[in-house]
Design a protein around this ligand. Structure first.
Ligand code: PEP
Ligand code: MG
Length: 555
């Protein structure tokens, strides 16, 4: 047996994983548009046609599921996609790109999609314009069907494996969750990157700062990952295996006890109640912690896109939002509109030089208004069934907020005219996660009903430190006075106008930083559900007087 090797990285999510390693190379997942040679044309056309057949089968299977659930509109949508898949014009264009331009199937689909996008954007009627989403959905399905090489690689992923990759994207965390991965190791990444947020929510360890290419995983059968200390043990000795199995058991017992104890309400040592809500994703099964939260303070709706690797239709979204509201009874559910872009990117065909400063979140939705409209329609329709709130991410200027609000007004009017029930008074919120928004919060508040501070982004944009860069983790400091001053400014302005304010970034889930937030006047937070008990316990141990003293010193 090869001897034991111990590596040291930076643990960014606690927990212990013991299992077989799996190395993932990014290139296997990416869609690779490119050119082909003359001799490959026939094969490429055949490959494209096989992708159509495969997509057809998937849609048929989906259709059968919808039939069982009697979801009428969903059925109509699948039928439309089935027709689009074999639309003669569409097929002709793609095949011509392959045979005449010598594009591979992926490039041919992307070129045809770009052409359709251009044509649809020239249409006057927004309703027709919005149908482009369906074409995009069909194209994505085909691209996915073409990436069979990826599938084969993924199929080799053993059950309960530790996942090694140079970088772990947000969408990786979705499919690896389905595949039952138990821990992560990568070179890139930081505590507030989305992959880390997802890993933490699942209670999985995650270690960054490790040069994965140097890890000889092919000759290993077992690795141990300790997310608390950042230690990775390759080929552990029997003695080490036993020690870590015991620690893992103790940790699990402690975790499940904590989950039970999380039900008590959060009150500071001086008796002030703090509202604690949860941040959830599409793939989170609301259940064990439902009773312990005051509502959902952040539903990252883009997680639907990341999980399905497709843009969901209005109907598909409506089903998700309604289910969430049903589960939460009358408790509030804050649905954030798609925060796509940055490190949450499923469309590999869109590359930007600076994705975090690029076409992200609300900026993206204002460019692709059909997506915004469909999402707002879905949320509004669902709002009839519970206490939904709408939250807009990455608002950087007042004009942006006014523009999304005018689309919201339009969509509301459309629903009224079609006699569709919705909550006319649905509260509208704005994320404060960019310094410009924090500094003009007095203006922003005039147009919305609540605010939510996204510290993950606020920190990265204030001190210009990429939240996902492991080389800069030491500089990513939520206690930087500039960050605290921005939070204090927002908190004071909100208090002045009685505007509800919460903090939903990871800073609120971290007991090292939470007292500072309380000292800056924050009375409402939304946290990673796994940390509910830890957070509530921390709240119960601090008085607001002490918290204020801490904050004043740090400011
Ligand atoms: C944030 O930026 O703090 C936030 C909650 O949003 P996300 O982590 O999804 O960017
Ligand atoms: Mg953010």
């Amino acid at each position: 047996m090869p001897s034991e090797i111990v590596l040291k990285g930076i643990g960014i999510c606690p927990g212990i994983a013991i299992g077989p390693p799996f190395v993932f190379t990014k290139t296997t997942l990416e869609i690779c548009p490119g050119l082909i040679e003359d001799k490959d044309i026939t094969n490429e056309v055949a490959r494209y046609r096989r992708a159509i057949q495969k997509s057809h089968k998937e849609l048929e299977a989906l259709r059968r599921e919808f039939l069982q659930d009697l979801v009428g509109e969903g059925l109509a949508l699948i039928d439309a996609h089935l027709v689009l898949l074999r639309d003669p014009e569409w097929m002709k264009s793609i095949e011509e790109h392959i045979t005449e331009q010598k594009n591979n199937a992926e490039a041919a689909i992307l070129a045809t999609l770009a052409h359709y996008k251009e044509c649809f954007s020239r249409l006057k009627d927004p309703l027709f314009q919005s149908r482009f989403t369906d074409i995009q959905d069909v194209a994505n399905r085909l691209l996915k069907a073409l990436s069979h090489r990826t599938k084969r690689k993924i199929d080799k992923l053993p059950p309960s494996a530790v996942f090694f990759s140079d970088e772990i994207s947000t969408s990786d965390t979705f499919w690896t969750k389905k595949a039952g991965v138990i821990g992560f190791v990568s070179r890139k990444g930081g505590p507030t990157c989305h992959a880390a947020i997802m890993a933490r929510a699942q209670g999985l360890p995650y270690i960054v700062g490790v040069d994965v290419s140097q890890v000889p995983v092919d000759i290993l059968d077992t690795v141990i990952v300790d997310g608390e200390t950042g230690v990775i043990i390759l080929n552990p000795t029997l003695e080490h295996r036993e020690t870590f199995y015991t620690r893992q058991k103790e940790l699990k017992a402690y975790e499940s006890k904590k989950l039970k104890d999380a039900a008590q309400t959060a009150v500071t040592a001086c008796g002030v109640p703090i509202s604690v809500k949860a941040n959830v994703d599409y793939s989170d099964k609301l259940g064990p912690f439902n009773h312990a939260i005051d509502g959902i303070g952040l539903f990252r709706s883009e997680s639907i896109v990341m999980d399905l690797r497709l843009m969901p239709s209005e109907e598909e979204q409506f089903i998700v939002y309604k289910e969430l509201l049903d589960k939460m009874g009358q408790k509030p559910v804050v649905i954030r509109t798609f925060d796509l872009g940055g490190d949450k990117n499923v469309h590999h065909n869109t590359t930007e030089d600076n994705p975090f400063l690029g076409c992200r979140a609300t900026r993206l939705l204002l460019r692709e208004k059909h997506l915004l409209r469909a999402q707002l329609r879905a949320i509004l329709r669902a709002s009839y069934f519970g206490t939904a709130h709408i939250l807009f991410p990455m608002i950087c200027a007042l004009d942006e907020l006014l523009e999304v609000l005018s689309v919201l007004d339009d969509v509301k009017q459309e629903l009224r005219e079609s006699h569709v029930a919705f909550n006319e008074k649905i509260p509208i919120g704005c994320m404060i996660e960019v310094p410009s928004a924090a500094l003009i919060v007095d203006k922003i508040m005039r147009h919305c009903d609540f605010l939510s501070i996204g510290t993950n982004d606020l920190v990265q944009y204030t001190i210009a430190v990429d939240r996902g860069n492991s080389l800069l983790n030491h500089l990513y400091n939520p206690l930087h006075p500039a960050v605290l001053r921005l939070i204090e400014h927002v908190s004071k302005e909100a208090a002045l106008k009685n505007c509800p304010l919460s903090v939903c970034g990871e800073m609120a889930s971290d007991v090292r930083y939470l007292p500072y937030l309380l000292g800056l006047g924050i009375k409402e937070i939304s946290v990673n559900p796994r940390l509910l008990h830890t957070v509530k316990e921390a709240i119960s141990q601090i008085t607001l007087l002490d918290a204020r003293e801490l904050a004043v010193n740090a400011l």
